[in-house]
Design a protein around this ligand. Structure first.
Ligand SMILES: Cc1ncc(COP(=O)(O)O)c(C=O)c1O
Length: 404
């Protein structure tokens, strides 16, 4: 059993914050109530009627949640998220709205977690590169130091569980371990037993953050969100930006013990989740589930096509990660056949500038020399991708050969 104790792990000033209480959360925003408590403008949004009708053809007053401050509690939406993750068979303890914190995208959730637990200028977080860069960015912004425990070599990029646990035993002031599964940019998953080993660390008093942004794409793993019912030191991050195709609405969430999620809700600025976001997220998590699954199946077809066709292009090297997400990590080879950051960087530039196709250079990430990360697009986009890589890579390598 872990030594986790929220009362000594979270920042003392955060533990002392009294939650903001608004005047209306106890009442439903509907007829016959008249709300004159929050200085809103009931004369309506400053948007032309025709534009409103375009955005929302049914145009019921309030249908988009524009005029009123959103419900700060969002209990219905939190329940929807729990319903989505709860086990259909009813064999385990269910997640309930008390286990949920909602944020403006997973990125906001990450920032709130760091602010909640890590004292600026003193505390530290453990990260396992190569991984999602926002953790270290957010740590830097909050004056929190990162302790790196790298993943094993490509293509497995296995989590070094014993090195993580050793770091937690010997490194002072570590408040958080940030794990991403499936991971970005490697597309690999962390075994549930490995997560459990860290959660069960016998002496460390800190929080394990498991970022599951891509979990609904994975065929090898399913969400561990329900573990928060048993593990008081686990936080599982979710987003609608990936499999649900809703990056623009900025909806993220954390599943955690009721005490942690209460603390995160206290910390977050009231009304953080925009009204339109909440309305759209409600649809996605109910009538949108079938669409999400159908879109995922289309993505899988294009991913298989890339896996089949991309390696045939001269200059494309090995697949360097897993296939559990909607992106792939590939090596780019110079004209002599070596994985090369120069060639990979040049490929990205030439593709964007001459072919109008943008992919991401990842060659400076730990263990990713010469790598590019390619998001799986639609059928047409994949056709464009394959053509662009062929043309641009031939040009880049010809140029290298003639410069030698
Ligand atoms: C691992 C991971 N977590 C979180 C995010 C950000 O999610 P959101 O769009 O909800 O902020 C990303 C986006 O690329 C990601 O790769």
């Amino acid at each position: 059993m872990s030594r986790f104790d929220l009362g000594t792990c979270a920042r003392p000033n955060i533990l002392r914050v009294k939650p903001y209480v608004d005047a209306r959360s106890r009442y439903k925003v509907a007829e016959p109530m008249v709300f004159l408590d929050a200085n809103e403008n009931p004369f309506g949004p400053a948007i032309p009627r025709h534009a409103l009708a375009e955005i929302c053809p049914c145009h019921q007053p309030g249908a988009l949640g524009l005029t009123r401050y959103p419900d700060p509690l969002q209990l219905e939406l939190r329940q929807r998220l729990c319903d989505f993750r709860n086990d259909d068979t009813g064999t385990r303890k269910p997640l309930t709205p008390e286990h949920v914190y909602l944020g403006v995208g997973a990125n906001e959730v990450i920032d709130v977690l760091i602010r909640c637990f890590a004292v600026p200028g003193n505390d530290r977080i453990v990260m396992c590169p190569p991984t999602y860069a926002i953790y270290s960015l957010s740590a830097q912004v909050n004056d929190v130091t990162v302790v790196e425990v790298p993943l094993g070599p490509a293509p497995e990029f296995k989590l070094d569980t014993s090195a993580v646990n050793t770091a937690l035993s010997v490194e002072p002031n570590v408040k958080m371990v940030c794990l991403v599964s499936p991971n970005n940019p490697t597309g690999t998953v962390i075994a549930a037993e490995d997560v459990a080993q860290i959660l069960n660390h016998p002496t460390w008093n800190g929080v394990v953050v498991l970022d599951e942004a891509y979990v609904d794409y994975s065929s090898k793993t399913t969400s561990l969100a329900h573990w928060v019912v048993e593990y008081p030191n686990l936080v599982v991050i979710q987003t609608l930006s990936k499999a649900f195709g809703l990056a623009g609405v900025r909806f993220g969430a954390a599943f955690a013990s009721p005490s942690i999620s209460r603390l995160l809700n206290t910390l977050s600025v009231n009304y953080n989740l925009p009204g339109p976001t909440s309305i759209i997220a409600n649809y996605a998590l109910t009538s949108g589930l079938e669409i999400m699954r159908a879109n995922r199946a289309q993505m899988e077809v294009q991913r298989s096509r890339i896996l089949r066709e991309l390696p045939r292009i001269p200059g494309i090297g090995r697949l360097r990660g897993g296939t559990e997400t909607n992106f792939l990590l590939y090596e780019v080879l110079d004209w002599e056949g070596r994985a090369s950051n120069e060639t990979a960087r040049a490929l990205c530039e030439v593709m964007a500038e001459t072919q109008d196709v943008v992919i991401r250079f990842r060659g400076t990430d730990h263990g990713c020399i010469g790598c590019v990360r390619i998001t799986v697009g639609t059928e047409d986009e994949t056709t464009r991708l394959l053509g662009a890589v062929t043309t641009a890579l031939a040009a880049v390598r010809d140029n290298e050969a003639t410069c030698e």
